[in-house]
Design a protein around this ligand. Structure first.
Ligand SMILES: [Zn+2]
Length: 275
């Protein structure tokens, strides 16, 4: 999870959501010869990713926008969302498309991403959430309204929460002695991200040895998700921190090596995009 920027409590009721995606075109239909099928494939692959629809096709996932009050019951928790206001959707869509497009197609299958739901005023068990990685439904929920005027925040949330899903699929998420051992010997994590929700906990700092933000100290899974998100969004800051802090440097090394192992397309080719 990630600290929220604002709280706006309201009641929720159950309904469904309307998909904005269409099924990917079938290739090589019966009337086509091999050459035509080949051309179709080429056109399909070079289609620009400039909308939620084209992004869904490119990654072979569902991308849905909440258009009326929505409830999803997970395994022991529930997620609710309001319909996304048009202005928030218009602002969020290009940001989401640009950031998600950094990821290789192969990662969707490896991380088992089946569906992305873009909502507004999302809550999990009544608690406001910027996003919810629902691993039991292979779904990621993202709030387009929270932080609508702070693109940096929304970018961090996007990558931070997706990393939680990757970490979960990798089997390291909450019990990770190898990672914890990289910390200074007298350091102990806090009692979890849900216990550190105060304003400013996600701010970058060079005042905490081994960490990029106060929030990263709340739990081992938050430490990893924070490092990943800021490596993507704030690569220059992280580079400087790593040069001055051997703990941060060692965490980056382990994180990158694990990602490359999880999906070879998440190796150097992925990080080159951040310069
Ligand atoms: Zn988190």
């Amino acid at each position: 999870m990630y600290p929220v920027l604002s709280v706006s409590p309201r009641d929720r009721s159950a309904h469904d959501i309307a998909p904005v995606t269409r099924p990917a075109p079938m290739l090589g239909a019966s009337y086509t010869g091999p050459m035509l099928a080949c051309l179709c494939l080429l056109l399909f692959q070079t289609r620009p990713i400039d909308s939620l629809d084209s992004l869904a096709s490119h990654y072979s996932i569902k991308v849905e926008v909440v258009t009326q009050a929505y409830l999803w019951q997970g395994e022991g928790y529930k997620v609710v969302s309001d319909a996304v206001p048009a202005t928030d959707l218009a602002r969020y869509t290009p940001l989401f498309v640009k950031e998600w497009s950094l990821y290789p197609v192969s990662l969707m299958a490896k991380a088992r991403v089946r569906r992305i739901v873009i909502g507004s005023n999302i809550r999990m068990d009544g608690q406001p959430r910027a996003a919810v990685p629902a691993s039991d439904d292979d779904t990621l929920y993202y709030d387009a309204t929270l932080g609508a005027k702070v693109p940096h925040y929304q970018r961090i949330v996007l990558h931070h929460e997706f990393f939680h899903l990757i970490d979960d699929r990798s089997g390291w998420m909450r019990r990770d002695p190898d990672w914890a051992a990289l910390n200074l010997h007298d350091f102990h994590y806090g009692s979890g991200g849900d216990k550190m929700r105060e304003h400013g906990s996600g701010e970058l700092t060079d005042k905490i040895p081994g960490f990029l933000t106060p929030y990263g100290t709340s739990a081992v899974e938050e430490d990893k998700a924070e490092l990943f998100a800021h490596l993507v969004v704030d690569p220059e800051f992280v580079k400087k921190r790593a040069a001055a802090d051997p703990v941060v440097a060692s965490k980056i090394k382990l994180l990158k090596s694990r990602l490359a192992q999880f999906d070879p397309d998440m190796g150097e080719a992925f990080w080159k995009q951040m310069g």
